[in-house]
Design a binder for this molecule. Structure first.
Ligand code: ADP
Length: 329
């Protein structure tokens, strides 16, 4: 798209919310203002596009949100957008407003929708990765991941106090159905005894062996971090039962951290990342580059085709798994 044709950009947040999404919205809006482009906020993700729920954004519309978790534009999952009719309705609504480019802040599901929308109606789209799971190819960090890690570490630190006082073993379930980034990094940061991730099947025998070994070496309390999608095939509650059956003298408890991992004040890292990504997304559209996701690689803002960001696989850090094994000896 010719720069002179880019007059109105719409921005939305979609899918699972993540701390730092507000900082990204703020950066997008202010970069639009800086370059003299009108910015339209879409409420509740694709649902707002289908319903025509738009609000014109100004520099002052995004005051005092850089420090807030969640998303001021709200987020949603939208079934209608999965249908051709729904997307057509969304396109007509955007056309009525003369919007000619769209910035989607969300995860890979949201990017799939954006790509389809672009293929069907030719509207330029840019993706900004906002998800606590960090499971997107083309960026070493997604917005919200760093904050979620800090939330998990803080929670486990508190669990550790009570685990130590009562000589207990805690299974702590953290988010991550398909990716073990939160579990692995927070697990290492919080000094977990074992970390169970979806990418690797540790096996129940090894878990038991490890727990017995540390018990015999004088460790009276332990934390095992379990990602939701871990491969043992057992829930945290079943893991607790399994260990109780095999180590009857160990007092075992479970803590499921759940939605607290999504909320809270974004870390400085996430605010800076979101600000950089927001600026880059708008400026890439100005350079006529659509169909990309902005990512951070080697501390530099890099564009990856959305198609690749969705299909690409970012693998677990094997070295970190090894580090975890060594330092929990
Ligand atoms: P996330 O972006 O966090 O991965 P979801 O997977 O729930 O979240 O996707 C968010 C929304 O994106 C969905 O509710 C739907 O409206 C849209 N979406 C996801 N996949 C597609 C698809 N294949 N085609 C069209 N829209 C999609």
């Amino acid at each position: 798209m010719d720069k002179t044709h880019l007059k109105k950009i719409a921005v939305l947040t979609s899918g699972g919310d993540a701390p730092g999404m507000n900082a990204a919205i703020r950066a997008v809006v202010r970069t639009c203002v800086y370059h003299g482009i009108v910015c339209i906020g879409v409420r509740r993700g694709y649902k707002g596009m289908v319903d025509g729920d738009f609000v014109e954004m100004h520099a002052r519309s995004v005051n005092n949100i850089i420090n807030k978790g969640g998303t001021m534009l709200h987020s949603a999952r939208c079934k209608e957008f999965m249908t051709k009719e729904g997307r057509k309705q969304a396109f007509e609504n955007l056309s009525k407003e003369s919007v000619n480019a769209l910035i989607v802040i969300g995860g890979d599901g949201s990017f799939k929708g954006a790509l389809r929308f672009n293929a069907e109606f030719g509207i330029s789209v840019m993706g900004i990765p906002g998800t606590i799971d960090n499971d997107i190819y083309g960026t070493t960090h997604t917005i919200g991941y760093d904050t979620a890690l800090n939330t998990v570490v803080e929670a486990i630190d508190k669990i550790r106090d009570t685990a130590f006082s009562h000589d207990r073993l805690f299974f702590v379930e953290v988010m991550g159905r398909d990716a073990g980034y939160i579990a692995l990094n927070a697990g290492v940061g919080a000094g977990a005894e074992e970390i169970l991730v979806p990418e690797e099947n540790l096996g129940l025998d090894r878990l038991l062996e490890s727990l017995k070994r540390s018990r015999n070496s004088g460790k009276m309390s332990s934390i095992v971090v379990v990602a939701e999608g871990d491969k043992t095939g057992k829930s945290v509650f079943e893991l607790k039962e399994y260990v109780e059956q095999n180590m009857p003298d160990y007092d075992v408890r479970v803590s499921v951290l759940g939605h607290i991992q999504r909320g809270g004040t974004p870390s400085c890292f996430d605010r800076v990342l979101a600000s950089r990504m927001g600026v880059r997304a708008v400026e890439s559209l100005l350079e006529s580059r659509g169909g990309y996701m902005v990512g951070i690689l080697d501390d530099s803002m890099e564009l990856t085709p959305l198609e690749k960001a969705i299909k690409g696989h970012s693998s677990i850090n094997e070295d970190l798994l090894r580090v975890s094994d060594i330092i929990t000896v």
